[in-house]
Design a protein around this ligand. Structure first.
Ligand SMILES: *Cc1c(COP(=O)(O)O)cnc(C)c1O
Length: 223
């Protein structure tokens, strides 16, 4: 078996205390998650609803599950009872459905808005101006069961470090501007989820305080 415990410990030594590690466990068997759990890891991130449901039903109750993949509105209901953070909100329509399902569960669900900064058109997420439209809308103001806690972003998948840095700095600026204009009095708007295995060092230099690391901890994914 891949040495998850050693890899996890190595990653943790590279993170300052104020950076949260979301261990990206998608496509890995539950034994791998349990190895990390035994080392004290409690935050795990998955990208598919079906896989998350399966793991959530089999693994310990004190795990904080994060959702990082594309979320279809018709699947929100399956994860609404327990999901602790949804990183990938890319439309008002999705946010409204999360709010509706959260209300049915008598809870508030924490979410991040996904910002599109990468060059690739294929990457999902909203532009800064789409976020502004969403946050200023009456429909958004009427949602009482979602809490927008910050932003998530993915940089371009390139070797060019300067390009990656530029994109994370752009995310940093957008975060600061939205904070100033929409969340000035809300300390809870504080999460900057930037950085994966290949670029989390750069992301942290650009103000990330939540990194989503899969491959470096669990090894390559077998699809
Ligand atoms: C899979 C995934 C990650 C983790 O990527 P690694 O390169 O394995 O660390 C992080 N964020 C998102 C949104 C992902 O889909």
């Amino acid at each position: 078996m891949y040495d998850v415990k050693t890899k996890l410990k190595e990653v943790l030594t590279t993170l300052p205390a104020d950076v949260t590690l979301a261990a990206v466990s998608k496509f890995h068997p539950k034994e791998y998650l349990m190895a990390a759990y035994e080392e004290g890891q409690r935050v795990f991130a998955e990208s598919q609803v079906q896989e998350l449901r399966q793991k959530q039903s089999e693994l310990p109750d004190d795990i904080e599950w994060h959702f990082i993949g594309h979320l279809q509105t018709n699947k929100v209901k399956y994860i609404a009872p327990y999901i602790s953070l949804i990183h990938s909100v890319d439309s008002l329509r999705l946010l409204k459905e999360i709010d509706r399902q959260a209300e049915r569960c008598d809870r508030t669900i924490d979410v991040l808005l996904e910002l599109h900064v990468a060059q690739e058109e294929t990457k999902s997420g909203m532009t800064a101006s789409e976020m502004r439209d969403l946050l200023s809308s009456d429909e958004f103001r009427n949602l009482n069961h979602v809490a927008v806690r910050g932003l998530m972003t993915m940089a371009s998948f390139v070797d060019d470090e300067e390009q990656i840095r530029k994109e994370f700095m752009q995310a940093k600026d957008v975060f600061n501007e939205l904070k100033r204009d929409f969340f000035a009095n809300e300390d809870s708007f504080s999460i900057r989820s930037y950085g994966m295995s290949g670029d989390y060092q750069i992301a942290m230099e650009c103000g990330s305080n939540m990194v989503r690391i899969g491959t470096t901890i669990f090894g390559p994914r077998v699809y």
